[in-house]
Design a protein around this ligand. Structure first.
Ligand code: HPA
Ligand code: ZN
Length: 335
């Protein structure tokens, strides 16, 4: 099963680039930028990665991102993640980045996106890993700040495919961002959002009806409401589920109680993703194998999950077909 998962062609659809900052790289970048961090060693830092809720994690995650200052830092961060994609047979990835995490600290939008985009191009050329970018608005910040970010993104519009919504969910409902999402769509960005991770089903309703999102990040709490499940299926929208993130942030108490298989049985389109792999204990393949073991998933289940990852990627029908053909050949040979 491990080999089947390792070699399974797949796409990652829920990944925060800032959440891929491994402790060793964090220390290396901090050192070269002359930034003091309140941890003496990689081990001490890792010991701080113990969370009771989303906010506990976000506090550490934003602190970690403070070391990123220069274009080279964003290049190294992204390149390191894309190398891991190549090693795990992630053929395509849709990378979220949080510009406000950096612009709030005085790092320019251009510095962030140029570093990321150069690494994307190199990964496509040298590693054969395809990727695109999702610009995520931080929902704990104001609508005005999101509008400012949209404005800053316009000179780099060709590098951005979609907009997302992340950070502290409770108390920051999708309705707060209805206008900025409308404006984002009008410039050509596809609307996506985190919803129903800690927030209730009504936040998912809002994300669908007010933001008109095309994919739901997490969406665990959709199971609270059978009408909502029916609506998600009717709209043919996928959920980007993150098993190890869910247990790390106590969204799910034990992987054996994870709702992924229930979601699949109800007809929801689900994908498996790592979210913030440096903080939650594993890359995408570790998420696949952990959830496979916990829920006794079959090869057919894993095939369906990988199929969804290409089917619900933000790619042209032609590119999806290319990946799906490769996946089907793999499954036929290895099932
Ligand atoms: N939820 C909300 N915001 C985030 C996450 C997440 O899982 N990861 C990074 N920012
Ligand atoms: Zn996320």
């Amino acid at each position: 099963m491990e080999d089947f998962i390792l070699n399974l062609p797949k796409a990652e659809l829920h990944l925060h680039i800032e959440g891929t900052l491994e402790p060793t790289l964090l220390f290396e970048i901090a050192k070269r930028n002359g930034i003091e961090i309140p941890f003496k060693s990689v081990e001490e830092l890792q010991a701080a990665y113990s969370f009771d809720c989303l906010q506990d994690f976000l506090d550490i995650y934003y602190q970690g991102a403070n070391v990123l200052l220069k274009e080279q830092d964003f290049y190294d961060l992204t390149h390191s993640y894309l190398e891991k994609c190549a090693a795990q047979n992630v053929r395509h990835t849709e990378i979220m980045f949080d510009p406000q995490t950096h612009t709030e600290r005085g790092v320019s939008f251009e510095t962030v996106i140029t570093g990321i985009a150069k690494a994307q191009k190199d990964a496509q050329d040298k590693l054969g890993v395809s990727s695109l970018l999702i610009m995520s608005y931080l929902r704990h910040l104001s609508e005005a700040s999101a509008f400012e970010t949209l404005e800053q993104s316009l000179p780099f519009k060709e590098l951005i495919t979609a907009v997302g919504l992340d950070s502290s969910e409770k108390g920051n409902p999708p309705s707060k961002f209805q206008r900025v999402f409308k404006a984002s769509v009008s410039v050509g960005y596809i609307p996506l959002a985190h919803a129903g991770e800690e927030g209730d089903a009504d936040y998912i309703w809002e994300a669908l009806e007010l933001l008109n999102i095309k994919r739901i990040d997490h969406g665990n709490n959709s199971l609270q409401d059978s009408k909502l499940v029916a609506e998600i299926i009717k709209r043919d929208i996928a959920l980007t589920v993150c098993p190890l993130s869910n247990t790390a942030l106590k969204v799910v108490d034990d992987l054996r109680n994870h709702p992924l298989k229930t979601m699949m049985n109800k007809g929801l389109k689900v994908t498996v993703n790592s979210d913030d792999p440096a903080y939650f204990g594993g890359q995408i393949n570790k998420n696949f194998s952990a959830i496979q073991k916990a829920l006794a998933l079959t090869k057919e289940d894993l095939y369906e999950l990988a199929k969804n990852s290409f089917q619900y990627a933000l790619l042209s029908p032609d590119r999806k077909t290319t990946f799906l053909t490769e996946l089907e050949a793999y499954y036929t040979k290895n099932k």
